[in-house]
Design a protein around this ligand. Sequence first.
Ligand code: FE2
Length: 281
Amino acid sequence: MQHNETELRNAYERDGYLVLERFRSKADCATLRERMTQIIRTAANDHATSIFEADPKNHTCDDYFLGSGDKIHFFFEKDAFDASGNLRINREKEMLLNKAGHALHALDPIFKAFSHHASQVALVHALGLKNPQLLQSMYIFKQPGIGGEVPPHQDATFLYTEPSTVMGLWFALEDAGKDNGCLWAIPGGHKEPLKSKYVHKQTGAMAFETYDATPWDVSRMLPLEVPEGSLVVLNGLLPHMSYANRSDKTRHAYSIHLIDGQAHYPESNWLKRSHTCVNFI
Ligand code: FE2
């Protein structure tokens, strides 16, 4: 790795995140963007049957979402539709998508190769994961004009282990700035406890268990503006968010989440471990 591993680990432990500018090449980013376009067009009759809402008050929990852990499913932006469910905007379908997930890293060879890049494997080991397991992947579109806000949250709300080991690797496939909805995070906020968990109840229903209903102090969030190819590593307990994209530019990103296989992964997680939960090597 180019960076000093001790310095990286110290910064990650202090801040709860790392920003590694231009970690991947522009060519690698273009390959992933083009591949996603191909996947969408190939699956033209088989996608976007659900809207994705990140807000916990209305978080998507339909069967299409819950069945996406070991598949490549597509989710629309909420603002693509009016109150009657009709399309509000005359655009290609691929310009109305919110995200695709959650097993690109296992099912598609190009996403698999990008995800398992040797530099990333070395990095997550350097940051302390002993037996890294790659659980999920998402392609996030953050469309011009309609790319919705993702409210402040901790990723460990949605993927939790005991103790908490979740780590997100978020790749900017395009420049991400305040205008098109870059990430924001609270430096050091990962030292605060987990505020809620998204749990699969024994009844079969999904629900949020809330331990602390105090809202995050958004004034402590710093923007993480990064150029294309940059990698942002996020501790699963780090509070972060992104605002809506009201610009005329896309803000594509690819994100993968890992856990340490040495930690306990409760059955109540929405994402069931399957053949698409793979060793990160
Ligand atoms: Fe997140």
